[in-house]
Write a protein that binds this ligand. Sequence first.
Ligand code: ADP
Ligand code: F6P
Length: 473
Amino acid sequence: MSRLLLVSNRLPVTVKAEKDQVSVVRSAGGLATGLSGPHERSGGLWIGWPGDVSRLSQAQRAKVDAQLAELRCVPLYLSASEVSRFYEGYSNRVLWPLCHYLLDRMPRQDRDWDAYSKVNERFAELAASHYQPGDTIWVHDYQLMLVPGLLRKRLPEARIGFFHHIPFPSSEIFRTLPHREALVRGLLGADLVGFHTSSYVHHFSNTMLQVLGLETEVDHVTHEGRTVRLGAFPMGIDAAAFERLAQEQGTLDEVKVLRERATGQRLLVGVDRLDYTKGIPRRLLAVQRLLEREPSWRGRLRFIQVAVPSRTQVEDYAAYREEVDELVGRINGLYGTIHNVPVHYLYRSLNERQLAALYRGADVMLVTPIRDGMNLVAKEFCASRPDEDGVLLLSEFAGASNELCEATVVNPYDVEGMTDAILKALEMPAAERQRRMRALRERVKAHDVHWWVGRFLDTLQAIPVATQQPETA
Ligand code: ADP
Ligand code: F6P
């Protein structure tokens, strides 16, 4: 196996500072879990941002650096202005809404392209400085779309892969972007560009045609004398770990408490980052409509919505939070009693056990993003149900719906339709719940994160790079 150089905006670790103590903890996220095996085995490096360390003293910074080095993580520290312009500005105010079809949320005039380009240069420079001949470089996500092209200029012979973790939108959307050409050229610096679904591959192919006039074959395109492979690689989760956790006594005890507190009630659950792509307001409206339309369910339903704070410095996220707060208050005001409220809303992150208990205890899991590259929560829910029970309500606009066809698939823009689907889920016979969940679990377990990493890296490493010509500027 060749040495792996992983490049992602965030490192797979979190810097924790409590009083005088500072430590670096591995993140539990899908990317970190899936890539930790190949990262260890290949003896490679992971390059990325360790998060905001501006409040740490010099001594604490040195301690963080030493701990990162032990994990073979190479930090790229972002200045306050880079966080505000590269990360919040171009990545999350421009590319994020664009890729999620939300053009109205983009600023009329983007002023942060230069910061995006400069930080991409910094990432490419750092990765190139650690490169050794024979290494495989794997770059991740929309924050770093220019990096493959910048690396290709520095390292014409390198084997470079790129994975796009969010939707790649229709070319009609992507080509509205003033810097569309530079971004597409950036991706074409890779030998393999991967997406979650074949629709995203198709959208990218159309974009290349529209923006650069490039004709694509099914799985590759030739550009300036080089062949760039394209492919769909649906990302999975660490299904075995979720299954294990869902069976542990501690988790089952938590489930018991959860169910006892909701005696006589059915549990609907939503777990998301608080992001305007996740469809939380319409989901809440569907619950409100259900209570309005079906008085017999009043008092017999509890909807637990957990939202983890995210990108809080971006105005649209703050406004979205207010919208959600207001809706929760309205529904509880209308349908709560002095004994209970229909919506139990938490604005915080949960630990793994609490998450597993929620998944395991839910009657219906509501995963209704208005657009989502994949959505791992849907897969985590299935993996956490060794009891083969629980209904998954899944948006047709989540990449996961391509694979999880036994879910109850809904249009998240159709509030009335979602209300019907929730009712149907609540009334679904046990045998049908079991049949669906069994099929969902088989797929989630077979196509887990290790399968995803293996397929991407096998495809990338099978590409003969030695014969390639350097890209002309
Ligand atoms: P995204 O990458 O857009 O956040 P995904 O559904 O693909 O969406 O991944 C979200 C990840 O964050 C999942 O692994 C999920 O377990 C985790 N997560 C989401 N909400 C919470 C929460 N409230 N507490 C802890 N983890 C959460
Ligand atoms: O899904 C895209 C993604 O960038 C993930 O890689 C990441 O876990 C999530 O969004 C949260 O993003 P951020 O790094 O902005 O907190």
